[in-house]
Write a protein that binds this ligand. Structure first.
Ligand code: NI
Length: 255
């Protein structure tokens, strides 16, 4: 079996055919799926989906591009949602410097990231981190603030050097569709060097569909394409990849 450890099935792209999407996931042996919120609204939505479908779990959190409404009450509201057993993580949280160029606002992203790491610590939950073009600051914050936390750098896009520091913390890297792209840059090298106990597979659906679906809407069934590529790059069988990535997901998220 496979576990899609990061997706966004609450997205409106799935409103018309969510049940079909889940059926295709089941048929592809993708037996568990973790949806992540990025706003309060989507965090509530992923929590509701997790209540309604046995195979769905969820993480709640405020994404770095969505921090405008973050206030003193936000963490309390996230904590209330996280009281539900099927909420297995805080996320996705982190830093996004791709879209945010203003240095003052980047500092606000950092403060809110740290506040949500504190929340995860209080709730004893693992963390799913979004890091886009912010590798140095993300690593610095994890090294300073998250040594006692478990988590994953989802949709990993950093260097091998950074990955080695992430692994030293006992943190995971999440591998997605870009591994299957021709221009996957440093990712195959990172994935080849990764300790097998620190790799997760994910789709980030509806975004980043793997080859041969590149450019289309992504969905959890396609996580198998990521697993196939992982097997090819690392010289393993698909069965081996399925076994260790599933064990890793269960271990991190206590599924
Ligand atoms: Ni995501």
């Amino acid at each position: 079996m496979f576990i899609d450890t990061h997706c966004h099935l609450e997205d409106e792209n799935f409103s018309a055919d969510r049940a079909d999407v889940l059926n295709r996931a089941r048929a592809a042996q993708v037996e568990r799926i973790i949806n992540f919120g990025s706003t309060m609204h989507s965090s509530i939505a992923v929590a509701e989906l997790a209540e309604n479908y046995a195979e769905l779990y969820a993480g709640v959190g405020i994404h770095p591009e969505e921090i405008d409404d973050f206030d003193a009450a936000t963490c309390n509201r996230l904590a209330d949602l996280a009281a539900n057993k099927k909420i297995v993580a805080i996320g996705e949280i982190g830093l996004d410097y791709h879209w945010e160029k203003d240095s003052e606002r980047r500092l606000i992203q950092q403060r809110i990231f740290i506040e949500q790491l504190d929340l995860a610590r209080q709730l004893k939950l693992p963390v799913c981190v979004h890091d886009r073009d912010a590798h140095a600051d993300t690593l610095k914050i994890l090294q300073a603030e998250a040594r006692d936390l478990r988590g994953v750098l989802h949709c990993y896009s950093g260097s091998l050097e950074t990955a080695r520091e992430v692994w030293k913390l006992g943190w995971y890297i999440g591998v997605d569709g870009p591994l299957t792209f021709k221009n996957s840059a440093k990712l195959p090298e990172v994935v080849k060097a990764a300790p097998l106990e620190l790799i997760l597979i994910e789709t980030d659906a509806p975004y980043l569909a793997p080859v041969p679906y590149r450019g289309k809407r992504n969905e959890p069934a396609y996580v198998v394409e990521v697993a196939k590529k992982l097997a090819e790059v690392r010289g393993e069988t698909l069965k081996e990849v399925a076994a260790y990535t599933t064990a890793n997901a269960k271990s991190l998220y206590r599924l």
